[in-house]
Write a protein that binds this ligand. Sequence first.
Ligand SMILES: *Cc1c(COP(=O)(O)O)cnc(C)c1O
Length: 375
Amino acid sequence: MRFETLAVHAGRQLEINENEPITPPIILSTVFERAQDATYKHNLSYTRDTNPNRHWVESALAALEGGAKAAAFASGSAATHTVLQALEPGDHVIATTGYYGTTKLLKQIMKPWGLEATVMDTSDLAQLEKAITKKTRLIWIETPSNPLIKITDIAAVAKLAHAAGAKLAVDNTTATPVFQRCFDLGADLVMHSTTKYLSGHSDVLGGAIISKEDDAFFGRIHTLQSTAGAVPSPFDCWLLHRGLKTFALRVRQQAANALALTTYLSQHPKVERALYPGLPSHPGHDIAVRQMKGGFGGLFSFQVKGGRGEALQLAAGLKLIRRATSLGGVDTTIEHRESVEPPGYGTPANLLRVSMGIEHIDDLRTDFEQALKAI
Ligand SMILES: *Cc1c(COP(=O)(O)O)cnc(C)c1O
């Protein structure tokens, strides 16, 4: 089946859904009756272990990424934490300087637990190769990265990781499986903050890990999921599953809007530069063209001429576009990242990050035009 068909139909499990409703019911029960011989029908006993809505959405996520198995979590961060906990104390991880929460997890939570981490610009392959040690078990990349929109060469890093006996995990939140097929490029694990594009309406918190193989490492992830219990509710699984049905349409519109708007912004006299892998001026453009197909995602950043003051003034002057954190929703939002990251994290003070929505491009451009005129 083609991607769009899978997006609508993946995760249909008629064995539990005997009356075949087109839209799955939300099954809130935390417990399921045991058969007379003490077995459980469909492996359902208690909702921390699994639940029909979680089971359906996990099989849909595995199908959309092209992996063997998926595990859904209560947030993207819980999904990341679970992969890190599936390693052993003493292991070493290399991670992209990307989403700040991942760095914080590594430094503040996993370091005291015994995990060593090198957080770096993974777009620099020579430096990445030098950072690999005998204890490196996992390379965690985020591409395009959030919020600096750097591009890491997935296939090249997969080769480096596998030569060192390490796994490659890709945080595919910003690219989505519509544009970036990580398993085809050599990744072993894919992570999503399903809060973002996959749900798409800024009303669900969730995360997922998808594994290329149903192997022992995924077994540890699965055990952590059901034993530690950072699982999503049936309602959140249902909302995510509903979001999956339209997400290919949404992200294509978001990517088209992002390309049009960054082309406009990069030529504006009050803009220093726009960071978007779809622009030929982007240093990662050639790699992005090779590893992303059909678009470059809906997330971009740009730097206003001037400093923090001009950036804040521009964001404040927008009327249609709203100031909010997070990304991936149908509403366009803008955020000044430097003011939410700790001092010294490296995001320039004049940078604004934009999460493109699905509004008409003319209305978005008009809003930027009037706000840029005012600064
Ligand atoms: C939001 C985000 C996360 C964390 O996900 P939550 O659902 O907020 O916990 C991780 N990686 C990236 C790239 C993100 O944008």
